[in-house]
Ligand binder design. Structure first.
Ligand SMILES: CC(=O)N[C@H]1[C@@H](OP(=O)(O)OP(=O)(O)OC[C@H]2O[C@@H](n3ccc(=O)[nH]c3=O)[C@H](O)[C@@H]2O)O[C@H](CO)[C@@H](O)[C@@H]1O
Ligand SMILES: C=C(OP(=O)(O)O)C(=O)O
Length: 509
């Protein structure tokens, strides 16, 4: 009976594909799978999840197999299971979106390797497609090929997709070189409270960009007579503002010095990519960047963004809260050094293998084996700083780790208005997390985790922290509406399941 069901679904999929006029290979590309997998599915020789049916329905735009795609995605987690084995860290959301924006600088063909298949990337791709950029997944869906048109159709921009991301703000830098008047919608992203764009405006003003924000849009006007006459000093050492300044400087025909620049991982990836475009950048990894821009860029380039330090931290936290031995491969160690130093002080038993280079030839990677450890709380508070400080996006993971440690830990997230508040959601799973003020929580461990059913916090990292706690809790938990997790992690549930977790995805019909 079950097999018969698979055969019938397979036929529906084959018919829908043929109706669309697609080959098996085209469908495989759209699903980031292989042609042989599509072939097996169509013949009913492969177990197929509801999630995969939903994705096929979406890809083929077919009513027949769109069952289950209507509602938001949820996770059902059977917790209390140890993880084991090894897992590779994927490329980072934050570098991938910056590089997609940077591809607009290039009139040639840009290939980005192993781009994370995540919602944030999909949103930016939707925005790019809407303005006429040709972007397609190649090599069995692992790499992206991007070719901008001679003229962008900015009036046709998919503002709904744009508004769901923070990253769209990085269109400002490249677009100002292509046109003198344009608008982009206010940026979105995680609901973390007010996030300023003022530093972007002052960083881009020396390039002649004037922005007024009204009616939900940033209206941009470019004065070509204006160009930087002295170093640009960023008012904040932010990541996306540094990237915007770099993107503006890359096509400014002259030398631009950017001071108080972020030297964080995504900024470094962007600098390496710009170098491939022929733009010389001095000072990569420091807070002063000197950019030798080019008036026009037409090159066929091929770049491999590096691995995500925040995903590495998430997997490390997964091992800690589930008391598991796990090897996390391809960890960009330079961007996790302080986190590891703090964790080692807390008693984490872990080994780093020898360093090797990422595919970009620059970022240093290690394989990290984490073992079950008796952790004690750190003496000092956990607080973020711009790189090379403890990464702002890694702070929430310390809440779950602190809840597993003996003693009390003070976590001070001075950066975001709301993110510390979301950490109190862990109390529903049995943790003691006391909100001292909107930026500080006190976590008392160790925790006897218990299962719960709850809505996902509307912020990526706190949402993943809740998921990790559910994996630690005996019994079945439900996490509702996990779009925000899919915004930054590729197939997280499936990848954790491969390590021994039991996480099922389901949707409202
Ligand atoms: C797409 C992307 O890459 N997103 C990342 C990027 O967002 P992004 O660079 O856009 O971060 P924001 O500019 O919103 O900065 C985050 C917060 O820090 C404050 N701030 C920042 C720097 C500073 O020197 N002083 C200061 O007060 C800002 O006012 C803001 O409230 O960087 C954040 C901080 O690393 C990360 O959480 C995001 O994941
Ligand atoms: C805050 C984050 O992302 P964004 O800037 O995309 O909202 C994050 O990655 O945790």
């Amino acid at each position: 009976m079950a097999d018969d069901y698979l055969v019938r679904i397979g036929r529906l999929i084959r018919d829908a594909r043929q109706h669309r006029g697609w080959t098996q290979l085209q469908l495989a590309d759209a699903l980031a799978t292989s042609q042989s997998a599509v072939n097996r599915i169509e013949r009913g020789n492969q177990n197929i999840s509801l999630e995969m049916i939903a994705r096929i329905g979406e890809a083929l735009d077919s009513e027949i197999v769109s069952l289950g795609y209507a509602g938001p995605m949820h996770l059902r987690v059977v917790g209390g299971r140890r993880l084991s084995g090894s897992i590779d860290v994927k490329t980072s959301k934050n570098a991938c979106v910056a590089l997609l924006c940077a591809s607009l600088l290039n009139s040639g063909r840009t290939i980005l390797r192993k781009v994370a298949r995540i919602e944030e990337v999909y949103r930016i791709l939707e925005v790019l497609a809407s303005i006429g950029v040709r972007a397609r997944w190649i090599n069995e869906g692992s790499d992206l090929e991007i070719v901008p048109p001679a003229r962008l159709e900015l009036e046709a921009m998919d503002t709904e997709a744009a508004r769901r991301t923070r990253s769209v703000i990085m269109f400002l830098g490249p677009l100002m070189h292509r046109t003198e008047r344009f608008q982009i919608p206010y940026a979105g992203g995680c609901d973390l409270g007010t996030r300023t764009v003022q530093p972007h405006m002052s960083a881009l003003r020396p390039f002649g960009l004037d922005i007024t924000a009204t009616g939900g849009f940033y209206h941009a006007r470019v004065d070509r007579e204006v160009s930087p006459s002295r170093p640009i000093v960023l008012t904040e050492r932010g990541d996306t503002v540094t990237e915007n300044a770099l993107l503006a400087a890359a096509r400014h025909d002259g030398v631009t010095v950017i001071r108080n620049a972020s030297s964080n991982y995504m900024v470094q990836d962007l600098c390496f990519f710009l170098e491939q475009l022929g733009v010389r950048v001095e000072g990569v990894g420091t807070t002063t960047l000197t950019v030798h821009g080019l008036a026009s860029i037409e090159r066929d380039v091929d770049y491999s963004p590096s691995e995500d330090p925040v995903e590495a931290m998430s997997l490390l936290a997964a091992a800690v809260v589930t008391s598991s031995e796990l090897t996390i491969c391809r960890v960009p160690v330079e961007f996790l050094e302080i986190e590891l130093a703090v964790l080692e002080e807390m008693g984490l038993d872990c080994d780093r293998g020898r360093e090797y280079a990422a595919a970009n030839g620059r970022t240093r990677l290690v394989d990290l084996t984490v073992r079950p450890s008796k952790l004690v709380s750190p003496i000092d508070k956990i607080h973020p700083m711009p790189f090379p400080g403890l990464n702002i996006d890694n702070v929430p993971f310390f809440a779950a780790i602190a809840a597993s440690a003996q003693g009390s830990t003070l976590i001070h997230d001075w950066v975001y208005d709301n993110r510390a508040i979301y950490l109190t959601e862990l109390t529903r799973l049995g943790a003691s997390v006391k909100l001292l003020d909107p930026h500080r929580v006190l976590v008392e461990g160790p925790t006897r985790w218990r299962s719960a059913e709850m809505m996902c916090p509307p912020a990526l990292r706190p949402a993943v922290v809740v998921l990790l706690a559910m994996m630690a809790a005996e019994g079945t938990s439900v996490l509702r509406n996990v779009y925000v997790i899919n915004r930054g992690y590729e197939d997280l549930a499936e990848r954790l399941n491969a390590l021994g977790a039991r996480i099922e995805t389901f949707r409202d019909i």
